[in-house]
Each structure stands twice: as structure tokens, then as C-alpha cells.
Design a binder for this molecule. Structure first.
Ligand code: CP
Length: 332
């Protein structure tokens, strides 16, 4: 394990092993300090509650020290592109930033959201990959333009904890949100659900299709791991008989560069595309999941998120345990 960038870099067996380790860490059976005397840098280009707090606490509990940097805030603005004339507002290039930082730390975590400006560029995760290119220490993806693999592994761990090991009927539903959001969470959740062999149903309005290459990978992983994948645009029947409802909003790839057009396109979707009690009643007593932060009574009603079926707080807690398992493997 050199880097932790996307779950598809690892076999399902390996990912299952990470969940086993995380469960032992959570229960207190394992209390190792593999980061004793070591530091890990956490580079946040964007805001965070769960990722920042769980990584900082996790590093401390593993015996290490977290160095938190915010480019453009507590550290210099950063350029990632090769060959550019840096006469604009970027002060330092990643070529120096990464190679200096790794003289001090044993790994680097990076959070860098999609800007929703240029689909063809952003779909390649350019900033995350520039970190990986320059680094010789491990890079941990703390949510990039296209992937959030720490979140998706906490999600898989939560499904296993709540429903037991094995194949489950899992729905990932698009939800209305006042503005377009990145695709990292839905991309990674769908990939991981396919890798873990779940029966995955994805529902979204027409116009909010995921990346074509990603869909091909989801289908490949699903077939290889004994699951199934189904896409639908019917937001009501999609809830029938599922055991997990995973809600997330995302922006349309054709609207990258034109936020106002996406906002206009989604007008009229608000009433139907919310997870409410009526939809949950169609499920097989499904657990409700969301990565958080979530807009109450926009993405999900108070009645659903406050119900006994909501597992969002345990899901957030599991970020801590799975990331401790991931960091322990990386630093081994
Ligand atoms: N789910 C998640 O990554 O939360 P934060 O954005 O608060 O880190």
C-alpha cells in the first residue's frame, strides 16, 4: 500500500481486511501506536468537520502528530500544473511544497474538492495526482474532485456493522440541493458498494448521470464480486425493498462551468427528490445513510434523519476507526 487514493487500487479481500482492523480498533482489541514519533501532514484546500477532526484525533491516538495546512490560509497558495509561468496569484508550486513537506512527515493527506468548472480536467483528479506524482511518502485522499475513499470505507464498515456481512440491497439516491455539489462521494460509494458485492441501485434524474468510465468500472467490479447494479430515474419505486438508503446530491457533468444552468435545470425537482417518510416506508426497514454535512428538510426530512433507522452519526464515527486502520497499513 503506497498511496490511498481510490478503493479500486485494492482487492475486496484487502478492503475487507481494513474493515476487520477498524472493527478491532473500535472495540479496543487493537491499541497499537504505529505513528509513535511520526508526523502526518493534512492539507485542506476546503472546509471540513469530520475528516479534519477524525484524522487529527486518529493520528494522535496512533501515537503521532498532525500538521494541518490550509493553502491560501495558513500556508502559501499552491500551483499544481506543470510548466506554467507563475505570475498570477499562486505563490508556491507543489513540486517544492510536497518535496519539502515530506522531509518532515511520514505521509500527506489531501482534501481538494472539484471546482465544478472544467469537467474534462477535473474528472482526472489533477491536484490529487500531482501530490502523488511528487511524493515519495504515502498520499491519503481525504476527498478529491472525484473520489472520497475514506468516506466510502466508513460507509461499507457501517453497513456491515448494522446489517451484518454479505450482500445487501443498497440504494444510492440523488437528492435536490440548491446548488450543484461535487461527485466524489457518490462515485466512491458506488464503487465500494460494487467492490463489496452489494446489489446496488442508483437513482437520479435524467441529466445527472455519473462519469461513463466510472459506470463501466462500477459494472466491472459488481460483476467480479457477485453483486448487481441497476440505474433508474424513478425516485419512488427505487426505494422498494432496499435495506440501505444512501442519499447524496451532485452536479451534472454537462453543467461544469455553468452553475446557473445546473440550478435552473434542477428547478422542479425539489419536491420529489427528498428522502422522506413515504419513500422510506417502501423499503425493507432500510438504514438511512448520508456522509454529512446534510441540509435538513432539503436532502432528508427531520423525521427520517431523526428516526431509529438513521445511522449517520455512527457512520461519521466510523471515519475515525477506518482511517486509523488505513494509516496503520500505510505506515507499517
Ligand atoms: N463527510 C465528510 O467528509 O465530512 P467533512 O466534509 O465535514 O469532512
Amino acid at each position: 500500500m503506497k498511496n490511498y487514493l481510490v478503493t479500486t487500487d485494492f482487492s475486496t479481500e484487502y478492503l475487507n481486511g481494513l474493515i476487520e482492523s477498524a472493527l478491532k480498533i473500535k472495540s479496543g482489541e487493537v491499541r497499537n501506536k504505529p505513528l509513535d514519533g511520526k508526523s502526518i501532514a493534512l492539507v485542506f484546500f476546503n472546509p471540513s468537520l469530520r475528516t479534519r477532526a477524525s484524522m487529527q484525533v486518529g493520528i494522535y491516538e496512533l501515537g503521532g502528530n498532525a500538521v494541518i495546512l490550509e493553502p491560501g490560509g495558513t500556508s502559501w497558495t499552491l500551483e499544481h500544473r506543470d510548466g506554467v509561468v507563475m505570475d498570477g496569484n499562486k505563490t508556491e508550486h507543489l513540486a517544492e511544497f510536497v518535496r519539502v513537506l515530506e522531509r518532515y512527515v511520514s505521509a500527506i493527506g489531501v482534501r481538494t474538492f472539484a471546482e465544478l468548472k472544467d469537467w474534462e480536467t477535473e474528472r482526472t483528479d489533477p491536484i490529487l495526482n500531482a501530490f502523488a506524482k511528487y511524493a515519495t511518502v504515502p498520499i491519503i485522499n481525504l476527498e478529491s474532485a472525484m473520489h472520497h475513499p475514506c468516506q466510502s470505507m466508513a460507509d461499507m464498515m457501517t453497513i456491515r456493522e448494522k446489517l451484518g456481512a454479505g450482500r445487501k440491497k443498497v440504494l444510492m439516491t440523488w437528492a435536490w440541493h440548491p446548488k450543484p455539489l461535487p461527485m466524489a462521494v457518490p462515485d466512491s460509494f458506488a464503487l465500494a458498494a460494487a467492490q463489496f458485492g452489494h446489489d446496488l441501485r442508483i437513482v437520479h434524474p435524467k441529466g445527472y448521470e455519473l462519469d461513463d468510465a466510472l459506470i463501466a468500472e462500477i459494472e466491472k467490479q459488481s460483476a467480479a464480486n457477485g453483486g448487481s447494479v441497476e440505474f433508474t430515474n424513478d425516485v419512488h419505486s427505487a426505494f422498494d425493498d432496499v435495506e440501505v438508503v444512501y442519499a447524496k446530491s451532485w452536479g451534472g457533468k454537462q453543467f461544469y462551468g455553468d452553475t446557473d444552468k445546473d440550478i435552473e435545470f434542477r428547478t422542479g425537482l425539489r419536491n420529489d427528490w427528498i428522502v422522506d417518510e413515504q419513500k422510506m416506508a417502501r423499503t425493507n426497514n432500510a438504514s438511512f445513510m448520508h456522509c454529512l454535512p446534510v441540509r435538513r428538510n432539503v436532502i432528508v426530512t427531520d423525521g427520517v434523519i431523526d428516526s431509529a433507522n438513521s445511522v449517520v452519526i455512527d457512520e461519521a464515527e466510523n471515519r475515525l476507526h477506518i482511517q486509523k486502520a488505513i494509516m496503520s497499513e500505510l505506515i507499517k
